[in-house]
Design a protein around this ligand. Structure first.
Ligand SMILES: CC(=O)SCCNC(=O)CCNC(=O)[C@H](O)C(C)(C)COP(=O)(O)OP(=O)(O)OC[C@H]1O[C@@H](n2cnc3c(N)ncnc32)[C@H](O)[C@@H]1OP(=O)(O)O
Ligand SMILES: CC(C)C(=O)C(=O)O
Ligand SMILES: [Mg+2]
Length: 555
């Protein structure tokens, strides 16, 4: 028996805020991004990053365009402390990048953190303490006022120490940890008290960072909390309002997006949503969501596969194959109706009159993330006619005629049903060649041919064939090469068949491109077979395709 949730869990109370305006707002520009992978992400890893992994991650974040990077919790360990020293002493921080460090609101930890920062150019000094009732009661055993005192006295210590190091441009950040679980008016009260101590200005704002340290409510309730805070905070114009969503309910991205609509200016998060428990908000998803709405996210993820590899190596964690924008399967359709729509979408793009991306089932151009179109369609037993046709088109320039697409699809379907597995492009190509005579067809093999135009509508054809390896030369007449060839083969094999469909095209754009021909022959019993052939000239490919089709009537 599962426990009764009604007596075990309490619903999160909504914020009474009928003046809310965020539902009608739009996101129109990128927020200030702060990557907290090297701190919040790092503190959640099984094996926290060592020096080399941290360096690698730091360089990656800079390449991606982050201008604010929380590089660690310097008072946590020697590794953390020394890493910050290394960055500073080796001049590894670009002038336009601000490093951020975190410390609990504890004098000993704050002092140690300042030691790590000596000589840095630009720093966000970030302190936090939990403010929610359950933390005040259980963790701190302190009253509301005592917690305010803890936060303000720590702020004063930071302020005093900043004056000792005037060579650094300091920005102060305060986080009421577990903001979303904190009584909203108390959260405003403690943040205002901290702000009053710091005394920011419009020109030198401080950062108030509102975390859903544990995600406890729906994104709309969090948005109400943010708009309420933003509306009622006394020195709103002197603070940068930041959010720091976690993903316990799986809605961190929505939470962050609604928070931006509700007035947040800045977002802290991690690549691929790494972080404590279910992670921090995924900045890649957020940024690419903006990108697909026509907004420049001011971050660069154009080589997503490389980013995945580096992050996997540094975090020693996988990235899910269905991770938005980045997973190895997110641009791949296995299912028939999706494949059909995607294939038609790519065709339609060739005549499109506008520049916008418009493709069924592909909300973003894979090329924008450095991915090719090759993998957008893969073939298994869920696939339809467009699946294999797409693979042949992409890999070999083959434009299967519509009827042949259907016929080849049933061949492929038999294979995938039998094995239950995906077919690779190489396997599909091999099945295609075997099925239509491009490979191992030895019953009727063209060796030479000669065409003479006797008169208008009368063509004389001389064929040299290897029939099951035996060379024969045959002649016939028809009103064209194919009808002459048909006449020759009918006479030789005693088979009664006719050509019912013929298609050809060049494989490539230049005039010396090879030709491919597709021929379907039927007999009176209703049996029909396709033959396909490739040759340097169109007559050769037509005759070979005819032989490949007819060979299939022969036992
Ligand atoms: C939501 C977040 O992500 S917060 C960031 C969390 N990150 C980390 O903790 C990673 C790095 N931390 C560490 O390595 C260690 O915690 C250290 C080295 C910083 C400190 O370790 P310790 O000295 O053993 O203290 P510990 O972390 O257990 O803290 C517990 C004490 O600090 C107090 N404390 C906890 N958080 C805070 C805070 N934000 N501000 C002030 N005091 C705090 C607790 O009430 C407790 O006090 P008590 O001993 O009087 O009961
Ligand atoms: C330190 C704070 C910002 C934090 O990581 C959290 O509350 O989740
Ligand atoms: Mg966090």
């Amino acid at each position: 028996m599962i426990p009764n949730p009604e007596t075990k869990y309490r619903p999160f109370p909504p914020v009474h805020f009928p003046q809310r305006t965020w539902p009608d707002k739009k996101i129109t520009q990128a927020p200030i991004w702060c990557a907290v992978d090297m701190r919040d992400g790092n503190q959640s890893l099984i094996n926290p990053m060592d020096h080399d992994r941290k360096i690698k991650f730091f360089k990656l974040l800079i390449e991606c365009g982050f201008k604010e990077i929380e590089v660690g919790f310097p008072s946590a360990s020697e590794t953390e402390f020394n890493f910050v020293r290394f960055l500073i002493e080796n001049d590894m921080i670009p002038d336009d990048v601000t490093i951020q460090v975190l410390s609990a609101a504890r004098p000993d930890l704050i002092e140690r953190t300042f030691e790590a920062l000596k000589g840095a150019k630009n720093v966000v000094f970030h302190i936090y303490n939990a403010t929610a009732e359950i933390f005040r009661r259980i963790v701190f055993n302190k009253s509301e006022d005592e917690i305010i005192e803890l936060a303000t006295s720590a702020t004063q210590i930071v302020k005093d120490l900043c004056t000792k190091y005037p060579e650094t441009k300091w920005t102060f950040e305060y986080s009421p940890e577990n903001f979303s679980l904190t009584e909203i008016d108390y959260a405003i009260r403690i943040c205002e008290a901290v702000t009053n101590v710091w005394n920011p200005s419009k020109e030198r704002p401080m950062i108030i960072n509102l975390p859903s340290s544990v995600e406890v409510n729906t994104p709309n309730v969090f948005a109400d909390q943010i708009e309420y805070f933003s509306t009622n905070f006394a020195q709103r114009d002197k603070i940068t309002l930041s959010v720091h969503p976690h993903n316990d309910r799986g809605t961190a991205v929505a939470t962050a997006e609604l928070a931006l609509m509700a007035g947040a200016d800045r977002i802290e998060g991690c690549l691929f949503g790494n972080g404590e428990r279910t992670g921090n908000v995924d900045i890649i998803t957020l940024a690419m969501n903006m990108y697909t709405q026509g907004i420049n996210p001011k971050l660069d993820f154009h080589d997503i596969k490389r980013i995945v590899e580096i992050v996997k190596e540094c975090n020693e964690l996988p990235v899910h194959p269905r991770h938005p924008y980045a997973g190895e399967l997110v641009f791949t359709a296995f299912s028939g109706s999706h494949q059909d729509a995607i294939k038609k979408g790519f065709q339609a793009r060739q005549n499109q009159q506008h520049s916008y991306w418009e493709l069924p089932y592909l909300p973003i151009d894979p090329a924008d993330l450095g991915c090719s179109y090759e993998a957008v369609i893969r073939v298994n037993s869920q696939s339809g006619k467009s699946g294999a046709a797409w693979i042949l088109q992409q890999n070999h320039g083959i434009e299967l005629p519509p009827h042949l697409q259907r016929e080849f699809s049933s061949v492929i379907q038999q294979q995938t049903d039998q094995t239950g597995h995906e077919l690779t492009p190489a396997e599909i190509w091999d099945i295609f060649r075997t099925q239509y005579g491009l490979k191992n067809q030895e019953k009727l093999v063209l060796q030479e041919f000669n065409v003479e135009q006797n008169a208008p509508n009368s063509t004389k054809l001389k064929l040299t064939l290897a029939i099951n390896g035996k060379k024969v030369t045959l002649e016939g007449v028809g009103n064209g090469v194919l009808s002459a060839g048909t006449a020759i083969l009918k006479a030789k094999t005693q088979l009664d068949f006719r050509i019912v469909e013929y298609n050809e095209h060049t494989l490539g754009k230049s005039s010396d491109s090879r030709s491919i021909s597709y021929i379907k022959c039927s007999n009176k019993n209703g049996d029909s077979f396709w033959g396909v052939a490739i040759d340097n000239d169109i007559l050769g490919s037509s005759l070979k395709a005819l032989l490949n089709a007819v060979s299939q009537f022969i036992d």
